[in-house]
Design a protein around this ligand. Sequence first.
Ligand code: T1G
Length: 694
Amino acid sequence: MGENKVTVEFVEDVALICINNPPVNASGVVVRQGIVDALDEIKAAGSAKAIGLYCAGRTFIAGADITEFGKPPLEPGLPEVCNILEDNEIPIVAVIHGTALGGGLETAMGCHARVAVPTAKVGLPEVLLGILPGAGGTQRAPRLAGISNALDLILSGRHVPAKDALEMGLVDRIDDGEPREVALAAAKDVVVGTLATRRTGELTTTPDDAAIETTMAAVQKKHPHLISPQKCVECVAASTGDFKEGLAFERARFMECLPSPQSKGLIHAFFGERAVANIPERKAQARDIASVGVIGGGTMGSGISTSALMAGLPVTLIEVSQEGLDRGVATITGNLDGAVKRGKMSPEKRDAALAKLTASTEMESLAEVDLVIEAVFEKMEIKKEIFTKLDAICKDGAVLASNTSYLDVNEIAAMTRRPQDVLGLHFFSPAHIMKLLEVVVGEKTAPEVVATGFALAKKMRKVAVRAGVCDGFIGNRILGHYLKTASYLVLDGAHPDQVDKALEGFGFAMGPHRVGDLAGLDIGYMTRKRLAATRPAEERYGGAIADRLSENGWNGRKTSKGYYVYEGRDTLENPDLNAIIDEERARAGITPRVFSDEEIVERYMTAMISEAARVVEDGIALRPVDVDVVFLSGYGFPRFRGGPLHYADTIGAAELVKRIEAYAQEDAHYWKVPALLRKMAEDGGSFADLNKGK
Ligand code: T1G
């Protein structure tokens, strides 16, 4: 057995239990058994009149050990340990520091009192994993904090600061100090009676039918695809009854959620967002980034500047004209005000961030910055000019990044004498909100420059994914492919609104036409024009309808008309659309046919999966999970589906190959079976297999 994860210390008439299971004291079976053994040891010693339970390291228990999920259950289970704690004869006080989450908070609620240090936070985030608090959380939290607070905690999964937890009744006292000292003092206070203890299961929950009904209706509306939120509400409602029956009810509901595909998808997403940090350059020494330069004060440049300022970095914003600069500064100011309004930052932090913004029309102002991000118009000529200048201006060792969303980073790097310092940092709009950052690695990009890109992402609280160089890198390359399927579906008989609704039924927040209207149809229009010269003759052109819209000046929301018409907050049908669709079908000699929603989803997802497989095959993405994280963090892919290639495994390679071969009968150029997928189908492999060990 490894070193002891749970130790007991006797101090006069109290005992201390210390849990030490780095990095987050996850409650794996060794910890759970260790707690039970520690209680037995203390009982046998007979000297302790109170017990202080605390954790070493940076946090109290951060939950059940998620790596145990999907394996045969290991006894003692977390619910059992929480009940053993509660039934213990000697009173136990839990001391919380860091983040007591999920099974961690449930363990603390199984104890007879809870003391938190001021910086501690508590939460029940199980719903974010497609499950529910399954170790008594849905029964104890309402008893301690009331039904409304419990519903908020359990359905939001948010981390509640210690002072709010005290107000709710989840903790009994706030004491500052090292966990062991606080635990010793608290146990002593229990002995002398200045810290009251109680068994949570003996408390009662005051019914609140109105809260239950309102919340149930709200989760059914907000999460029509998810099963665990509704079960969370049912469990909280059950907490007004008998405690033991409530625990049994919760256990049954938990076991209905745990094996579900959506829980597997959400857990895949959780670990995936951490797995993508495992890059070949992970051991390289990132360069210190203490100042950032941003060239371009448009939407992207302002968003990137905002994100850097919110991360506490000084930013020098460069624009060619004072007018452009003023516009950029105004946008940044508006972004920061928005962050304050959304409660993402305090007014003081907003002022401090703004004070770190320098604006200039002179690129020479970038001479001393540690990293520059170019975010100007997507024209290679302009970027080449800028990087030539940067090469002459910036100090040795400065990292030079382009925010290009598809252009060749190697070509850009070749304009400098320092290609090893050049990479792509592809942000997603709005850059101060979207989590995804594609770190595009050029042929000559140095390992420490890649590591610097990942370190910058962490500082900006973004999810960085490593991408190779190709047109569109990971996300936009795949997007460009599957959007053609959407256009073919419309030309062949489906209506844009039907396609949108079918994909929204699959779980996307918005279908591709609604997204196009939001982003601006002119972006796709310019891309199609850019690629026209190199489009293979045998490729079916799907852009005719969208071209007509853009040529009419109907580019989506920003022109109040695109695939839809926008009047205030209303989205209406575009009365001119059907005629355009009919004309373009006729021009192409197409007799439209009916598509089912199911076929729309199948074709759309199969197209996405096939190009995603090729992106992995080509080494543009390191692993399938990197593609999943790109789509979860940057393209609104439904999180409970786990990402395109996690979802592909639920269909299976053989079925996917069969679908592509059937579609290829209509269009052999567009529908090709990726070699990787065919091999998977032949040897029964999966994308999950590919993720292992890479
Ligand atoms: N189990 C196993 N490993 C975990 C873990 C967990 N619960 N939480 C984190 N890790 C790993 C993580 O994969 C990473 O590993 C390392 O710890 C550092 O994490 C019955 C069933 C606690 C806020 O959902 O939210 O209890 O990459 O990079 O940014 O009702 O981790 O280093 O190899 O995220 O400082 C409920 C999940 C579980 C909390 C810290 N608990 N964790 O964030 O570090 S279900 C959760 C977090 C449950 C009961 C049910 C965060 C954090 P590696 P990190 P961080």
